[in-house]
Design a protein around this ligand. Structure first.
Ligand SMILES: Cc1ncc(COP(=O)(O)O)c(C=O)c1O
Length: 250
């Protein structure tokens, strides 16, 4: 790695823990500092070219700096883009999303998937007056404590006990239950045992790369409805992609 990239690497290590924002754990000397991207390629601060196999974890699926995205972003920026008020484009987008997505009753725009899932869980707790949520082992729903619980435990506890994935959120072990994805019988047993305390079940309809087996999501819908538990589909990845109306349409 040449001097220029090392210099930025040292500077990133100075200010960011592990020289990272939580991306890959690339060994310290090898992680590139990216200067720019175009299409499926990125260049680091020493000019080295890479084929980007991550595409911002999927967020940049159409390619870095896609001309149509730039054109739309530039056109919007000219009119100002950050107002402490509802804007015309928000209203138009809300209407478009409501047309596409069969479950929409109301819409709240937020800046990240983390906020979206966090607010869903809080709303479900407020609406039901119940404290607990159930998620599936290995699921990521954002950086809040419930979002990372039981994400990659090397020695996972027995279901439904969650692994808090670190310290600083002592309530997770008490309030987050975990079930095995695609195992409706075990999930139904846990839901039935804890129904009185459960506000919500949160699930990625396509669990990372695992498609649901026949009847799993339908079964979840049926059991949660029976117990008055809110069913949250986290469509941060699948929304507008698996189908324009998301996994719920697909
Ligand atoms: C399924 C799922 N939910 C939520 C999130 C969190 O989204 P964000 O990174 O925008 O906070 C992610 C991010 O990868 C995700 O894959």
């Amino acid at each position: 790695m040449n001097e220029s990239n090392d210099n930025f690497r040292d500077r990133s290590l100075r200010w960011m823990p592990g020289g990272s924002n939580g991306e890959y754990g690339i060994p310290e000397g090898d992680a590139p500092v990216i200067e720019r991207g175009a299409g499926c390629r990125v260049w680091d601060t020493s000019g080295r070219e890479y084929l980007d196999m991550t595409m911002a974890w999927g967020a940049a699926l159409v390619g870095h700096a896609h001309p149509k995205v730039l054109e739309a972003a530039n056109a919007a920026a000219v009119n100002g883009a950050n107002f402490a008020a509802v804007t015309r484009s928000m209203v138009e987008l809300a209407e478009r999303i409501a047309d596409l997505s069969s479950c929409v009753e109301r819409i709240r725009f937020v800046a990240s998937g983390t906020e979206a899932t966090m607010l869903c869980l809080r709303t479900a707790r407020a609406a039901t007056g119940r404290p607990k949520i159930l998620k599936f082992e290995g699921a990521y729903h954002g950086q809040h404590p419930e979002g990372i619980a039981s994400l990659v435990g090397s020695e996972p506890p027995e279901w439904p006990q969650s692994d808090p994935a670190g310290t600083g959120a002592p309530w997770v072990e008490r309030d987050v239950l975990v079930a095995p994805y695609n195992d409706l019988a075990t999930t139904e047993r846990i839901l039935t045992d804890h129904a009185a305390d459960l506000a919500a079940v949160i699930v990625e309809p396509l669990h990372r790369c695992l498609p649901p087996v026949d009847g799993f999501l339908q079964g979840l819908r049926e059991v949660t409805a029976r117990h008055g538990i809110v069913l949250v589909f986290d469509e941060v990845v699948t929304g507008f992609r698996l189908a324009l109306g998301g996994a719920q349409q697909y």
